[in-house]
Design a protein around this ligand. Structure first.
Ligand SMILES: O=C(O)CCC(=O)C(=O)O
Ligand SMILES: [Mn+2]
Length: 189
C-alpha cells in the first residue's frame, strides 16, 4: 500500500536491545498519570496513562486539560536526538507520552489540531512494546480509510496538511495482553 505523501513510516530505528531498555526505563522513570474526561456529565478515567514533557514554555491543552511540561529526562532527550537526526531538519520541543497497559487501552478518533501546534504540524510518533494497529479516516469522505501496524522501534511522521484532512485512532485490540508506550514529539510555537 502506498502512504499519503504527508506520512512517513520508518521501522527499526531503535534495535531490539534499545527497544527493551528504553521501554523499561520509560515505564519506570516517567511520571505516568491517569487523566479523566467528562462525557455527558459523567467523569471517566481515560483508557491509558499519559505524561507531558518538554521545554518550560510548552503548556498544552489536551482534551480540555491544561498541561505544564515536566523537565526533559536523559532518556527522553536521547530519543529526541535520534528522531531529530532521522528527520532532519525537523525540531521538536515537547512530547506527549501514552502508556497502553494492554489491548483494552486505546485512543479514539481525533486530529492533532490544537492551535499551539500551528497550521501544519510535524508530529513524530515513536513506539515501543506491543505492535498496535493505527487507523486513519478521511474527514469528509469516511469511506477513505487505511490502517498501519506500528511496530516497536518504529517512527511514524505525520506532517503537512494531514491533521486538516484526516482523523486517526488507536483502537482497542482486546486479544493483546502486553503493554505499549508511544511518544509523540511535537513543536509548540
Ligand atoms: O499511540 C499512538 O500511536 C497515537 C497517539 C496519538 O495519536 C496522540 O498522542 O495524539
Ligand atoms: Mn494523535
Amino acid at each position: 500500500m502506498s502512504l499519503p505523501q504527508q506520512l512517513q513510516y520508518h521501522e527499526n530505528i531503535f534495535d531490539t536491545q534499545s527497544q527493551n531498555t528504553l521501554f523499561d526505563s520509560l515505564k519506570h522513570d516517567i511520571a505516568w498519570k491517569q487523566d479523566h474526561i467528562k462525557l455527558f456529565g459523567k467523569v471517566h478515567p481515560t483508557p491509558r496513562l499519559v505524561a507531558w514533557y518538554g521545554d518550560p514554555h510548552c503548556t498544552y491543552t489536551y482534551s480540555g486539560v491544561v498541561n505544564t511540561p515536566l523537565a526533559w529526562t536523559p532518556t527522553l532527550l536521547a530519543i529526541k536526538d535520534r528522531i531529530e537526526q532521522l528527520l532532519y531538519p525537523a525540531k521538536f520541543n515537547c512530547v506527549l507520552l501514552n502508556f497502553y497497559r494492554d489491548g483494552h487501552d486505546k485512543m479514539g478518533w481525533h486530529s492533532d489540531d490544537e492551535k499551539e501546534l500551528g497550521p501544519n504540524p510535524s508530529i513524530a510518533s515513536v513506539s515501543f512494546g506491543a505492535t498496535r494497529r493505527f487507523d486513519f479516516k478521511h474527514k469528509t469522505d469516511p469511506s477513505n480509510k487505511f490502517s498501519l501496524e506500528l511496530h516497536s522501534g518504529s517512527v511514524l511522521l505525520m506532517q503537512g496538511d494531514m491533521q486538516h484532512h484526516w482523523l486517526h485512532q488507536l483502537p482497542a485490540q482486546k486479544r493483546i495482553l502486553t503493554p505499549r508506550i508511544n511518544l509523540t514529539f511535537r513543536f509548540i510555537h
